[in-house]
Design a protein around this ligand. Sequence first.
Ligand code: NAP
Length: 414
Amino acid sequence: MITLEKLTPPREGQRVEVRDGRLHVPDTPIIPFIEGDGTGPDIWRATARVLEAAVKKAYAGRRRIVWFEVFAGEKAHTRFGTWLLDDTLRAFTYYTVGIKGPLTTPIGGGFRSLNVSLRQQLDLYACVRPVRYFEGVPSPVRHPEQVDVVVFRENTEDIYVGYEFAGGSPEAKRLIEFVEREFKWKIREGAGVGLKPMSPFGTKRLVRKAIRYALDHGRRSVTLVHKGNIMKYTEGAFAAWGYEVAREEFGDRTITWAEVEKQHGGKAPPGRLLIQDYIADVTFQHLLTRPRSFDVIATGNLNGDYISDAVAAQVGGIGMAPGGNLSDFHAVFEATHGTAPKYANQDKVNPGSLILSGVMMLEHLGWREAADLIVRGMEATFRRKVMTYDLARLTEGAREVRTSEFAAAVIDAM
Ligand code: NAP
């Protein structure tokens, strides 16, 4: 049983559990959620309605989500005087799978970030961002329909670990002196300095997850994206360790590009997942000019940050891009945009990102029928050019609708 100090868990429903190395999902799972700040409540209401309708339709009442509201951000601050309630962390840990809207990042220090706390506590080592095109959605490129990629971004290492010192600080000076003395590395006076750790453990579990996903979802390839031509022992090692996982753990189901060229005349044999690697800068170019070359992408923290946003822009931008932070079983799904506070409580913004994050959550629970219904509903809604302001302003002949109307249209079209 879970013990909470300030919140009361729902009386009905059961927890999603990990037993014998597998996720066990009851028919009435308790799912903790944070509605989020700013426009969060608007898009959360729309999302919950759509998810509930899809589950009801797919399983004729046999399955149902039991929502459990937990708190972080402004609502936590107003109600409980803290930006992040301990109960919230406990609930996400205990119930295994959760979902959240965007949260305000308070200016100034002294608060714990929910995302960082959750990532550390639950070891959510993979940030997963599927990006696909919905017909009818305005896009800045000529063939957005060719974009269908899932980015697996490593979440716990790389330059993002925050091991850095400000230029001129005593710590930076000590570090600079140390590396000069020990390694004869010359660093300019006053430079800020940081460390970029990338390990075989961190890389391999991320690539393993990407390969498993690709195999489970009948994908064609996993591309390891890195900057190994310059940073050999971090970025280059990422690619080398990635290939190692593929060879050692999935050798009978994968094939590398080198093998395809040498043994199969440049054409990947059917039934084998292609493992290839690309330098990061070329990846940006090719994602634009030949997006079909990419399917599942596995990459480090910094590259992944850039790539996920860049590729999301090709299919309609941040109002539409879903995401999830995952460990082997724990998962927290979230809208990838911010709180867009100027539109708060106007029932105006696009709930697409959070709804599609909900789709990812249903897939994670193994409720694929409900997930597919939502995707079909969204496809039909966009084809009819029914869209919120952000997309309507870029689309000729669009019918602009409110957040809640968009949700209703998706439900109608399921
Ligand atoms: P933002 O909230 O993402 O908004 C920037 C602009 O993006 C909006 O003005 C709007 O563009 C567009 N936009 C965002 N969400 C949209 C949606 N659902 N539908 C349609 N358009 C949408 O970024 P921000 O203004 O830089 O950040 C605001 C707050 O959010 C900050 O406190 C920031 O720290 C926080 N934040 C939180 C998260 C998170 O919790 N994961 C992530 C990022 C930022 P137009 O003005 O063109 O209409």
